[in-house]
Ligand binder design. Structure first.
Ligand code: PMP
Length: 360
């Protein structure tokens, strides 16, 4: 049976070869007589999974020795708290660049216990020009979201910040989709449920000299240094999430690495944006074309009463989960690493034919 193309923003599509590997290894992981879910996390077999995952992340992203790779449970929002709890000690206040839902959520969480300076407050359609950013030199860190999943807006390049201030990036929805110069960052974090596996795990890449800044009141399990010092085994980790991220890393390497992921993401998203731009009487795109996301294509039907019709007819055509985020409505097509080029081509073609069929 042909599976539909799933445009969900996360949890989202996994590559079929990864799903097949999970199925093949599910009841008996490599002759051990049990599944990965039943493996002791201190066994040699799990140790090999954990180390292979870290090694692959280091190879794919060329992570320098100056940075540690950590695996934290709790999903993305947990990082909204962990970042300030761990990094505030590096300065006097935290600077946030707010470009959409997720950077705003992170800034709000930090305000619970930090002095927060908002350097830019956008409405989800535009990114700040360099000179618009007001970045104090004595900040503990500058935080931004590399790709805003709800609005579909992506930084083409990370913002430039004063050299002594660590740059912190939420890359949850574009992690492992293009090469990144990790040395520019104090910390990169990403929930894995979009481009790199399933929900419940975040990968954190942090400069080692920023570890150990948390105050003594920070709970043990929210302290990055504890993960680093225990070799990512401060307790029983989410073993299945780590295993699936490992399979994703292996698949990305086998496909040719991050340059290939990037080229595919540009090809997929360009096809869909071109279709939308070709039918301006039907569709409205709000994001500045220079900062359109390669991952989440967002648009609206000019006649809002056609939004549900679009979603329903797309579903009938085997293109599922296209409704926009519940807070903004409209349509959102998420095109992560696992989305085949053919899926984007079918969506682009559907966008054009829908416009013809429903033209007034
Ligand atoms: N940051 C970004 C960019 C996201 O897209 C999301 C989830 N869609 C989150 C943070 C929050 O992640 P979680 O639901 O795992 O807490």
């Amino acid at each position: 049976m042909k599976r539909p193309y799933n445009f969900s923003a996360g949890p989202s599509m996994l590559p079929e070869p990864v799903l097949e590997r999970i199925r093949a290894e599910l009841t008996d992981y490599r002759g051990l007589g049990c599944s990965v879910m039943e493996l002791n996390h201190r066994s040699d077999a799990f140790d090999a999974i954990l180390h292979a995952l870290e090694a692959r992340i280091r190879r794919l992203l060329k992570v320098p020795e100056s940075h540690a790779v950590l695996f934290c449970p709790g999903g993305g929002r947990m990082q909204f708290s962990m970042v300030p709890m761990n990094l505030l000690g590096a300065g006097v206040s935290a600077t946030y660049v707010v470009t959409g839902t997720w950077s705003k959520g992170a800034a709000n969480e930090a305000m619970r216990f930090a002095r927060v300076h908002v350097a830019y407050h956008g409405n989800g359609t535009k990114l700040p020009e360099e000179e618009m950013l007001d970045l104090p030199e004595d900040a503990s860190y500058v935080y931004y979201c590399d790709n805003e999943t709800v609005h579909g807006i992506e930084f083409p390049e990370p913002p430039r910040v004063p050299s002594r201030v660590p740059l912190v990036s939420d890359m949850s929805s574009n992690f492992m989709s293009r090469p990144v110069d990790v040395s520019r960052f104090g910390l990169i974090w990403a929930g894995t449920q979009k481009n790199f596996g399933i929900a419940g795990l975040s990968v954190v890449i942090v400069r080692k000299d920023l570890l150990g800044l948390a105050s003594p009141e920070v709970p043990t399990m929210l302290n990055y240094d504890v993960y680093a010092r225990t070799g990512n085994l401060p307790n029983t980790p989410p073993v299945f999430q780590i295993y699936v991220a490992g399979l994703m890393a292996e698949w990305i390497e086998a496909e040719g690495g991050l340059d290939v992921m990037n080229a595919r993401s540009i090809e997929r998203s360009s096809m869909v944006y071109e279709a939308l731009d070709a039918c301006p009487a039907m569709y409205l795109t709000k994001v500045d074309p220079k900062t359109r996301s390669r991952m989440n294509v967002t648009f609206r039907l000019r006649d809002e009463s056609l939004t549900d019709v679009f979603v329903r007819e797309a579903e009938e055509a085997g293109l599922i989960n296209l409704a926009g985020h519940r807070t903004v409505g409209g349509i959102r097509a998420s095109l992560y690493n696992a989305m085949p080029i053919e899926g984007a081509a079918e969506l682009a073609s559907f966008i054009r034919t829908f416009a013809l069929r429903h033209a007034v």
